[in-house]
Design a protein around this ligand. Sequence first.
Ligand SMILES: [Zn+2]
Length: 292
Amino acid sequence: MNILTFDVEEWYLEKILHDGRAFRYQQFDEAFAKVLDELDRLNIKATCFCLGKLATDFPQVVREIARRGHEVGCHSNEHVWLDKMNEEQLLKDTQEALKALENVIGKKVVSYRAPAFSITHQNKWAVNVLADCGIESDASIFPTSRDFGGYKAFPQDTPCIIKHEGATLKEYPISLTSILGKNMAYSGGGFFRLLPYWLVSKTMKQRDYNICYFHLNDLIHHRFEFKSKAEYEENFKEPGTLKNRIVRYVKMNIGKGDAYGKLQQLLTEHEFVSVGEADRLIDWGKVNVVNL
Ligand SMILES: [Zn+2]
């Protein structure tokens, strides 16, 4: 089973980080229309995890996702990472996001992805908060180490039930592969841009479960600026040393040139379902239960 997901956030992040440059909005509108048209052409339904603020400030984007028959999931309200929030703040953030999204699409939202996959062993209580808010399925666990967060001790990279203090969610962890002895993601973000298409495709064919995750920014041929120390620290909440800034500059820009073509090939050569559809296809009585 291959699950297709997008994290949809760019318009709002552009607004708060750069005051909304018209040429960037236009790039997002055009790139997104192109992706949605391609999904229609191939009859693929995806899950688009959207920010609540996207529904508030750019409702046409969220409305169009729903109109085309894709699942609208929640990607938090304002893209604050969960490890920067306490329980009350996460509760408020999730409730506000769900209200904004549901207002626009007129339907309940039950799938969730945390910004930057920020559910880790340090904030397991997020499971209780999300379940209390009516979330049923989560795709926030990155079961190896990564730059920001990562849940290295998480025992598997296939769908399972997660339980914490009485709360339960269906979990879709990021799928991993071993490259040069190191567990790493391959099916989305910078990993998808970095790795050659044949390797991603071959890995997907060898596994029963793959979850792909994309951002429009992965697909647009726009070179990110080299950030000043102050801008870097504001954006990434870590020291803006020269080394950090160079590494991130390379990571954010690598493989941009042919990323859309790679995505197109991937969509043509593999079958995909949304998280909601996967929920119906999986026999949840047979998967592992992971007590966090
Ligand atoms: Zn995000």
